[in-house]
Unconditional design. Sequence first.
Length: 94
Amino acid sequence: MTKSDLINKVYEKVTGLTKKEAAHFVNNVIETIKWTLESGEDIKISGFVNFILREKEARPGRNPKTGKNIEISARRVVTFWASQILKDAINQNK
């Protein structure tokens, strides 16, 4: 599903909402998630998902193309943890 598909689903499901308003709503939710993660906060949406920031230390690596040793810089990564409710819903029809 793309962002455009998500906007269309919101438009179809919410009565009285224009497509432009649905796009504004989806964009605001995505931006809020992005800003929250940028500020260093985790996001926990009960019954759905947790987005957790994790700090990764700098570490040695190797360029696979040249074989040259390099240092992979320290960085923050986002991990995604689906809730048990979401996992059960996904696996319900298997």
